[in-house]
Design a protein around this ligand. Sequence first.
Ligand code: HAM
Length: 402
Amino acid sequence: MSFGPPKGTNDLLAPESQAWRGALSVWDDWSSRFGYPLVSTPIFEATELFQRGVGQTSEVVTKQMYTFVDKGGRSVTLRPEGTAGVVRAFLNSGHQGAWKGAYSGPFFRYERPQKGRGRQFWQVGVEYLNVESPVADAEVIELGYRYLSALDVTGLELLVNSIGDPKCRPGYVDALRTYLEERRDLLGEDSVRLIEPNPLRVLDSKVDRPKLVDIPSIIDFLCEECAEHYASVRTMLETLEIPYTEDSSLVRGLDYYTRTAFEYVAQGLDASQNAVGGGGRYDGLAEAIGGSPTPGVGFALGLDRIVLARGGHPPSLLDAYLVSEIGPEAALAAASQLRSRGVRVEFDGQGRSVKAQFRTASRLEVPVILVYKGSDQLDVQTTEERVTLALDDVPAWLEARS
Ligand code: HAM
């Protein structure tokens, strides 16, 4: 074979894929508990949507987009993130009032690939639209936190900040620009280039940020409304008993954020890719893409990183493996009965020897082996016990065991 997957992409097969399935099913559970129905938008969109929505100074737009001209002469882009597309879909739907949507799927950024950073990666996320209240921010942050906690992500930490709004942020941006101008010599080329158009982004630089001390804090520049909003979010997080760290230099890499910004970090991962997710409020995004004013807040979590940060062993796909001493046809009929009653069971369809069937069962690491000897009796084997049961009684026995 002369082909591998394209650079920065991965094939995902069992057993690793089991860890993904597990994380996705926990996502379905938690996003449903918080009242989010599924929303699904196209994998490619008009390039302009991201330019206007995500912003012309964000690295995602300037450097990382997979953009091409299609056969109809339109410039389209593989979605680098989900928020702009979901807000577009909401605006197009004509829906009024509060609205929630949860998504899950592949996203694309032309980045230098490394562990936990791909050119195609998977995000799960939510957007909560048309609710200006800080209650929405707190509820959104809570969902991400509960989900990542349910997955036992190692060293989970929540960072929160407020980056103000178009009223108060310019004052801070000016102060920060002056501060950075005075320290030009300390900064790399990329950061120096950002001082004029977007000094906030310099705080995002993993290389230059550590060289800076006594950076002016955005918190000192927040207007009364933004400060109140931020205080309410923090109070609610405390009421919900969600531990968080305030990080006044957290700015996020996309241009659409206003007020609340947050990130979930997994301290177990390499520092350069330890953000397992992030989000915030984006009250100006809908207008930036030509819609009516629509406040919103949401997050996205990177599944590739979540799976890395969990470690551990993926759970088995199966409840049991059926070893047949009387051939594959009999096994097919028995498996059919078990499957119709909810048992996840596999058998060998090739008529291989009993010994070979046992080998497969052990490779699959199934918790229970069912040895089918004919008539209606099955030998049920686990590492701890052996019993003989009628086929009909197996589902209840498995259920009681789990
Ligand atoms: P983001 O911070 O750009 O936010 O991405 C969210 C998460 O996606 C990151 O924390 C990371 O775990 C994962 N991720 C991003 N790029 C890559 C990559 N190249 N390889 C692997 N994982 C990656 C957003 O995308 C916003 N749309 C989040 C949001 C929703 N804000 C409001 N609503």
